[in-house]
Design a protein around this ligand. Sequence first.
Ligand code: ATP
Length: 241
Amino acid sequence: MEPAIDLEHVGLTLEGQSILEDVSLRVPHQQFLGLIGPNGGGKSTLLRMMLGLMRPDSGRIRMLGRSPRHAARSIGYVPQFTRFTRSFPISVEDVVLMGRLGSGRWWGPWRRQDRRAIDGVFETLAIEALRHRRIEGLSGGQMQRVLIARALACQPSILLLDEPTASVDTDGERALFDLFAHLRCDTTIVLISHDLGFISDHVDRVVCLNRTLIDHAAEPVTADTIAQLYGQQVRMVHHHH
Ligand SMILES: Nc1ncnc2c1ncn2[C@@H]1O[C@H](COP(=O)(O)OP(=O)(O)OP(=O)(O)O)[C@@H](O)[C@H]1O
């Protein structure tokens, strides 16, 4: 069976700087993968490539056996919180409905079935009370949950999350990982995090990206292995500068 995510020898150079080099990664269906690495290591760039928002200079990316652009409707994406501007005068419901744009509907008012389809997502993320609030006034943790709800609104087969727990308190973080544990029965999840100890408790596998990818698939995921992986990578950063 083809893996859910298949990267082969992916490379990217931007403005003369090598961002990704020979990155190969196969993520089987329903695996929960933690993606770690130092700042600027290329993690967000790699997720954007999986979504088809950026193309590699070399190598090949297949998502669900298709090109990233063709698979995009089956991929939910939670961007890094700080990259999402909140100065639009729109409601929480509007933001979550945006997640259904790929579901065959391109313009015109939302259909009742679209609104009904997101009811479950509001409940799952416990944001029902926020449904008609403007997004400008939300707290960081509330907004983060709204962005996750938006990603889930298309009932994705693959969920890509860029530091989804960055603005969430400890209880909220635990609730999110409970949610991911529930979702992984039928979803492949890639989660970027800097919280090394925390992800080690929840993911199946950890890979570390710092321009090149280090995959210790054979080793059990423990906080120590991750700290070691991360330490190596951080030392490499210093070494390169
Ligand atoms: N559009 C762009 N043009 C030029 N350089 C870019 C562009 N996008 C990203 N980069 C560079 O690519 C490198 C990787 O950035 P990226 O955001 O993928 O890293 P990251 O691992 O997600 O970092 P962080 O942990 O800080 O979020 C950085 O050096 C960044 O400056």
